[in-house]
Design a protein around this ligand. Structure first.
Ligand SMILES: C=CC1=C(C)c2cc3[nH]c(cc4nc(cc5[nH]c(cc1n2)c(C)c5CCC(=O)O)C(CCC(=O)O)=C4C)c(C)c3C=C
Ligand SMILES: [Fe+2]
Ligand SMILES: [Fe+2]
Length: 346
């Protein structure tokens, strides 16, 4: 409780002190029309944490060629997965559901002392607007939680950068913490394993191969020191060990290659074709780096990658949905928040 006895009449109103928990995800276009797509892709692909070419070299290519063509192609892909009922993309619908469930879960423990919301790195709602709202509502401490299990420059680091930029604008800056990557946390691996076991309750029913398909990054980022590649490999190993499946039954691949550079390999789209040609006719694909289903899982995996598998002779392709708002995922998020609020909220 604040001491307000000294306050002169024109003193600004000071709300009750709170702790903010701000979930951060990548962001998504407001709509799938050309200009909405161009705005979203323009902001995303201008970020030097995502594409690190010098601005003088990259911006003419981006503004002149890529943003003229790609918004049409990506817009059509978004249209095919759009949540027309709510007028938003699946990533948005799922992020809202995750936030609402996390809020309920944290309310049970902390009451209204904790304020829970989400922000996006690109597009809306912006990180800056949500930090400003939290500060205005009385948050003197903010826990910023990038919802990416694996650390990477193009995801975790740029989300944090944007959070720190938002803090630069506040007169009364809150104390701040950021949540680290959780790719090897037991409750995360458990949530993934349960999502596999819901479809394949025993190894006898399991597919020939479980493909763990992670979003790719340029291979150069790995050689420059980004730990993403190693963290992905470890998630696959821990998931396989938890499931108790044979070594060659669970593989790691990387998807969503962009541009002419080499990205992390093997590429999912090629690997599923190789598997089919090698006689692995029943496969399942899981995408552990995505905390919610989005264009890259619903469209790319379930359409493009599935097509590559069946065209190469594959027979049964099962896509296992992301953790989304599964109870086990919300439990994991609650556990991570509680741990990172130590000393703040107890
Ligand atoms: C061009 C470089 C890109 C890098 C590097 C990259 C890394 C990266 N991305 C995610 C998670 C997501 N990416 C999503 C969409 C998406 N990603 C790129 C490009 C790079 N990503 C583009 C151009 C797009 C837009 C879609 C398209 O035009 O094809 C999404 C989905 C957003 C949605 O609205 O559904 C997610 C999530 C990770 C985890 C990652 C590196 C670790
Ligand atoms: Fe991406
Ligand atoms: Fe590695």
């Amino acid at each position: 409780m604040r001491d307000t006895t000294h306050m002169p009449v024109d003193h600004p109103a000071i709300p009750e002190e709170k702790i903010g928990v701000l979930i951060a995800n990548l962001g998504t276009p407001d709509n799938y029309d050309y200009w909405s797509m161009r705005r979203y892709l323009g902001e995303f692909l201008s970020d030097q944490r995502v594409i690190d070419y010098p601005k003088w070299k990259w911006q003419p290519i981006l503004q002149g060629i890529i943003l003229t063509i790609r918004p049409f192609r990506s817009g059509a892909n978004y249209k095919s997965i759009w949540n027309h009922e709510l007028g938003e993309s699946p990533l948005m619908t799922i992020t809202k559901a995750q936030t609402a469930k996390l809020r309920d879960s944290l309310e049970k423990r902390f009451g209204d002392k904790v304020m829970v919301d989400f922000a996006m790195r690109y597009g809306n709602p912006s990180t800056r607007s949500k930090v400003a709202e939290m500060v205005k509502a009385g948050c003197t401490r903010i826990l910023f939680f990038p919802l990416y299990p694996h650390y990477s420059g193009p995801t975790t680091a740029t989300a944090n950068d944007q959070f720190f930029r938002a803090l630069m604008e506040e007169t009364w800056q809150p104390a701040a913490r950021t949540v680290p990557a959780y790719y090897d946390r037991e409750s995360y691996i458990e949530a993934l394993a349960q999502s596999v076991e819901r479809v394949y309750p025993s190894e006898g029913q399991a597919p020939d191969v479980l493909v763990c398909s992670y979003h790719g990054v340029p291979k150069r980022y790995l050689t420059q020191g980004d730990p993403y590649h190693c963290q992905c490999q470890k998630t696959t190993r821990l998931l396989r060990e938890r499931l108790g499946w044979e070594k060659d039954r669970v593989v790691t691949t990387f998807q969503s290659k962009f541009g002419p550079e080499e990205w992390l390999q093997p590429y999912t789209v090629e690997e599923v074709a190789r598997l089919a040609e090698a006689g692995k006719k029943r496969i399942a694909v899981i995408a552990p780096a995505f905390s919610s289903d989005c264009i890259e899982t619903l469209e790319e995996i379930n359409e493009e990658i599935q097509e590559s598998f069946t065209e190469a002779g594959g027979e049964e392709f099962t896509y296992l949905p992301c953790l989304n708002d599964d109870d086990a995922h919300i439990r994991m998020m609650t556990e991570i928040v509680e741990e990172n609020l130590a000393g703040w909220a107890d």
